[in-house]
Design a protein around this ligand. Sequence first.
Ligand SMILES: NC(=O)c1ccc[n+]([C@@H]2O[C@H](COP(=O)([O-])OP(=O)(O)OC[C@H]3O[C@@H](n4cnc5c(N)ncnc54)[C@H](O)[C@@H]3O)[C@@H](O)[C@H]2O)c1
Length: 328
Amino acid sequence: MRTLITGGAGFIGSHLVDLLLERGDEIVILDDFSTGTADNLAHVRDRVRLVEGSVLDAELLAELANGVERIYHLAAAVGVHTILDEPLRSLKTNIHGTENVLDVALRNSAKVLVVSTSEIYGKNTADALHEGADRVLGSPLVARWTYAAAKGIDESFAHAYAKELGLQVAIVRPFNTVGPRQTGRYGMVVPGLVRQALRGEPLTVFGDGSQTRCFGYVGEVAAAMIDVLEAPAAQSLAVNLGGAREISILELARMIIEITGSSSEIVLVPYEEAYGEGYEDMQRRVPDNRLARELVGYEPRLPIESIIAAVVEDTRAAEALVKGTNRR
Ligand SMILES: NC(=O)c1ccc[n+]([C@@H]2O[C@H](COP(=O)([O-])OP(=O)(O)OC[C@H]3O[C@@H](n4cnc5c(N)ncnc54)[C@H](O)[C@@H]3O)[C@@H](O)[C@H]2O)c1
């Protein structure tokens, strides 16, 4: 199978690459390395074609998509810091970039997976968010909400391309996804806290730490993405992919301290201090995974303790590598 992966040098994208190589796909990756890195693909570097460039470059995209049968669209401006610091680039990437991808998919009669996000539910704190749940977003003039707004437009675009032009498309909405290779640099909570614990620095928890999340393991989420794109019944649907256990960020921080054996303390940091005045966080984000279970048998299995242990091991290895490089 000839396959194009946008954002394939990123965290989730690089795990998807591993699984698709196992399937025997011939893979082209387009990534601008804004938050991803070629290091994530170092172990498969001679088995993929990795092209540096942007999904905003329609000409390059058309060239790379020529003759592909599958497109996995993960390229996006991600992370709270990226969205707050560069709202314009983020909006362009997350709206026009997706439109470009849908366009080349249609021209090549390729099946395309649009990777959306659980963020689109916004402040809806329902018990378990099903795919038809209402979206509760703040003002479009607040940069924080533009990520959810753009991803929502992406889904609507995908749906319209399918309905009016016959594009074969499926949409997934991952909830917080974690695992090896995720960087803490752009505001992702698990790798950030793990790094602080390993360095003996205070673990910074925003707000009072009572906000909850359900963390999914990247290997399981990436596998489900592949299955969703192949499932005929998933055509034109949006499918949640979330973790199993609801956990508060304070509890998560305590668990990380225990697993790393760190002597660090936990420090509560007001949201305004971290992200500026008027920042709003979601108090809860719990997925309803029933559709994914019905369609592709998705079942998040790896417990959060094991996920954290995998991140700790990966972070230790990465930090040892950096120290080794610095010594040379
Ligand atoms: N990690 C999560 O918890 C999570 C949750 C929900 C949705 N998602 C979605 O999953 C996808 C992958 O996210 P991730 O967590 O792996 O983050 P990531 O930052 O590691 O991956 C995004 C990749 O896209 C690349 N990219 C950004 N702009 C680009 C552009 N204009 N052209 C080409 N490449 C570009 C980045 O360099 C990076 O490699 C994103 O679409 C994100 O919105 C992630």
